[in-house]
Design a binder for this molecule. Structure first.
Ligand SMILES: [Fe+2]
Length: 326
């Protein structure tokens, strides 16, 4: 049994109109009207990927993680209950709202709602993006990644790693713990920021073309305060991205060119290079509130000549080249 992808995310927000403009207009998702109190958005052939429901909170409502087989749900339920976690089976109403064949749900140690599901509904009509983008990189890599604020990593780490089989990709320990996890070839589908806070830090969607991100960046700059981190490139997953302030306060990373790893051979390791090779200037932070420290880290990375490999890791491509004897 295994969790194999981030399948969907739910947001609690009463700013539905703002989300329609943000997810449909800026991100380029396809808006699906679910009636007065909820909205859904598509990113590909899956019937829905992002759900926004009209409930107070302006935060993450749930994360939906896909499993390989229908039987995996009962296997995970048994393991979680053995560990003292209360597991809820889905009602038929909940299955219908999530558009999946089956799911279970439970709370992690910080009260975040986690859903494990099987067999999402595939739409019968083709995906139509909300703005003219080339599409999102999803498929076996899932919808992107989700990142939580965490009060105590020592409590959250074993929950996701040992009970849900999330694999550590890498981690940094200074100035606070930052853990990245993979469940497929995407370098990370999940991460925890040990900031001492709670709540949702950001989610990331990956576009098929760098120009999709650049054009989104232009659109975001038309709105006062929309950009939270300027365009930059991350050191661990090589993602080129900017971060937008979502209508609910947390960030949404608009990415391109993320690294694909081979989970069979990947070794978890500590990183020391800071989050970015360049860019990602934190416009939302004050100079003394961390902005300068992060800038100094990437100026140091630049002074040491750190950069991503010229060719993005691609296990399939390397395998193919080996087969061809090149
Ligand atoms: Fe991210």
């Amino acid at each position: 049994m295994t969790v194999n992808a981030l399948g969907y995310l739910g947001i609690r927000s009463d700013r539905l109109d703002d989300w329609a403009g943000f997810a449909g207009g800026l991100l380029g998702m396809q808006t699906i009207d679910r009636g007065g109190k909820a909205m859904a958005f598509r990113m590909d052939d899956q019937a829905q990927r992002l759900l926004v429901s009209d409930e107070p909170g302006e935060t993450l409502a749930f994360m939906g993680w896909e499993v390989d087989h229908a039987d995996d749900l009962s296997a995970y339920a048994a393991r979680l209950e053995q560990a003292g976690v209360t597991v809820h089976p889905a009602t038929s109403d909940l299955r219908d709202r999530r558009l999946v064949a089956d799911l279970i749900w439970f709370l992690d140690p910080m009260g975040n709602r986690v859903e494990l599901f099987h067999a999402p509904m595939i739409a019968s009509d083709p995906f139509v993006p909300g703005r003219p983008i080339s599409g999102f990189r999803t498929g076996p890599l899932g919808m992107g990644h989700a990142v939580l604020h965490v009060r105590d990593i020592d409590v959250m780490l074993p929950f996701y790693r040992d009970l849900l089989d999330f694999h550590v990709s890498d981690y940094g320990l200074k100035p606070y713990g930052l853990y990245f996890f993979h469940v497929n070839g995407r370098h990370h589908s999940f991460a925890m920021v040990g900031s001492g806070q709670s709540g949702f830090h950001h989610f990331m969607v990956e576009f098929g073309n760098l120009d999709d991100v650049g054009q989104g960046c232009d659109l975001a700059q038309l709105e006062e305060g929309r950009i939270a981190y300027t365009l930059g490139r991350h050191t661990n997953d090589y993602m080129t991205s900017f971060y937008a302030n979502s209508p609910s306060g947390f960030f949404v990373e608009n990415g391109w060119g993320g690294r694909v790893i081979d989970p069979a051979t990947w070794q978890p390791h500590e990183t020391h290079d800071g989050p970015s090779f360049w860019g990602h200037e934190r416009l939302y932070l004050s100079e003394d509130g961390g902005r300068k420290r992060l800038r100094d880290m990437r100026l140091d990375a630049a002074a040491r000549g750190l950069r991503a490999p010229d060719v993005v890791d691609c296990p399939w491509l390397y395998g193919e080249l080996v087969r061809q004897g090149t």
